[in-house]
Design a protein around this ligand. Structure first.
Ligand SMILES: [Ca+2]
Length: 186
């Protein structure tokens, strides 16, 4: 895989629940492994991972929140589970250089790309595994397409794993282009 590019989710432009392809377990694991490798080589720059929105034809779209483009970030579109609720998760093992990370920061919101459809509503949750226990460090309100992006900054010192979660905001996953723009560890 190219350095600096990790695909967590493949998202089609047509905005419906049926059109979105959930990442496979294999691709999610590959994303984590790539992220770890990348951070290992970019530790001095305090960078974490770069994830672009990649379309089926191989082209990429910049993440755009509130009219601002972000060259890096994570698209974590919730997927509908057997219970009908939409959830997306990605977990990073904070080993090696990552064990020195003290803060996780990102700008969160629903990508402007779904503006034409006039919908999209999600929540964002940050959890860490510390001393063998999962702790929730952050939970956003329901963010809708028209809402201003929010900034997340949490203390992750001493954590062994970092988990990012998005939910469908309680109304299904259609157009839920949930994005952690400029996600980084410091
Ligand atoms: Ca939703």
């Amino acid at each position: 895989m190219k350095a600096g590019l990790v695909v967590v989710a493949v998202c089609l432009l047509a905005c419906s629940a049926a059109s979105w392809a959930a990442p496979s377990q294999e691709s999610a694991q590959a994303a984590v492994e790539q992220a770890l490798g990348e951070v290992a080589t970019m530790a001095q720059a305090k960078a974490v991972t770069a994830v672009l929105v990649t379309l089926p034809d191989g082209s990429s779209l910049a993440i755009t929140l509130g009219g601002k483009e972000y060259p890096k970030g994570i698209l974590l579109h919730p997927a509908e589970g057997a219970d009908g609720k939409g959830v997306g998760r990605v977990t990073y093992v904070l080993a090696g250089p990552l064990s020195k990370a003290r803060r996780f920061q990102a700008t969160i919101g629903v990508d402007d790309a779904v503006e034409r459809y006039g919908r999209g509503s999600v929540t964002f949750i940050v959890e860490v595994l510390r001393d063998g226990k999962w702790q929730q460090l952050y939970a956003s309100p329901v963010l809708k397409l028209a809402d201003k992006p929010l900034t997340v900054g949490v203390d992750i010192a001493g954590a062994q794993q970092l988990r990012l979660i998005t939910t469908d905001g309680g109304d299904g996953i259609a157009c839920d282009h949930a994005e952690w723009a400029d996600a980084r560890l410091n």
